[in-house]
Design a protein around this ligand. Sequence first.
Ligand SMILES: [Zn+2]
Length: 314
Amino acid sequence: MFFFEVKNQAFISKEQLTCPRCNKPHLKSGNGLHYLSFGILPLLPLSVKRLQTCSSCRFHHDGERMALTSVPLHQLLIKLIGIVLFVSVMLYVYTSWQAKQEWELEVLRTPQIDDFYFIDYSKFKEEDYYQKRVVAAKVIAVDDEKVWFTLANYMYSLNKDLVTAARLSNFIHQGYFTNQLYSVPKSQLMDYFESGKIYRAHRPRYLKLYGGFVLKPKQPAPLYKGFNPNQANEEGIQYYQDGQFDLAREQFEIAAAQGDQWGQMNLADMYRDGTAGQVDLERSLALYQQAKLQGNNKAKVAYQELCNLLKKCQ
Ligand SMILES: [Zn+2]
């Protein structure tokens, strides 16, 4: 069904001529157009021949070659439709390839966090024996001079397998990327591209590449806008959970001094319980009170308990 073939189309004029064989005025004359087609798609007009057919004596004569212009112009143009389509598709493919190339150069010229580079590992490492392995790199940080990125734990021998990994959203899996950082001077990225160390540069759109998620959405803003966690307190909690109570206490001191109610609470707990230091109930009570004055309900309860214990409340 889909193959090249030469087809014929006849254009016969209405007027009837005298037949040279039977002398009756039943000779129809016209032109036959040969054209190349692919399936039903005409590609190219080839030639025109003179046609003569007598309806009385069946006289038939395929005559001399004619100029292509002897058939109507629009019929010639229609026969070119396949070529026009083919050229348009090629042009489209070429311009989109060029635009993509341009965009990748732009990504490398202006590196940003969360850009992805596809790396030809053997070239990147300048190995003595080239062995094809491709790996994704994720840009972690960019400063004035350098780009910092990590490589994935997973390598592939085929480019398309790396694309598939992106398409399947593997990039966002825990542990897909290593923790090891590489840095490259910004000015060298273009060299890396030209030498094939980086063979693709990507900037995800809407967190996606090749239709798969490669970035996690940013955490939604907390519903209660007033909640603004204190950095020192957060760190203190981390230390506390790791059992590093001295360090936790230092951080809670900082948070409490900054007026953070939760820092005051946590520090008060430590003074009350004597965690990583002497018990200091007076200090503890004072801290609970500070937190309580900021409207902290937990501090209110703790303050009441401690002040009952110390018999300081009415
Ligand atoms: Zn005839």
